[in-house]
Design a protein. Structure first.
Length: 23
């Protein structure tokens, strides 16, 4: 999932942590 990696990088770490919790 290269797109996902770029997306969370673009938005920031906060989004990554939130998405990880949702997953």
């Amino acid at each position: 999932d290269d797109i996902e990696d770029e997306e969370y990088l673009f938005k920031g770490v906060h989004v990554t942590e939130k998405e990880r919790q949702e997953m």
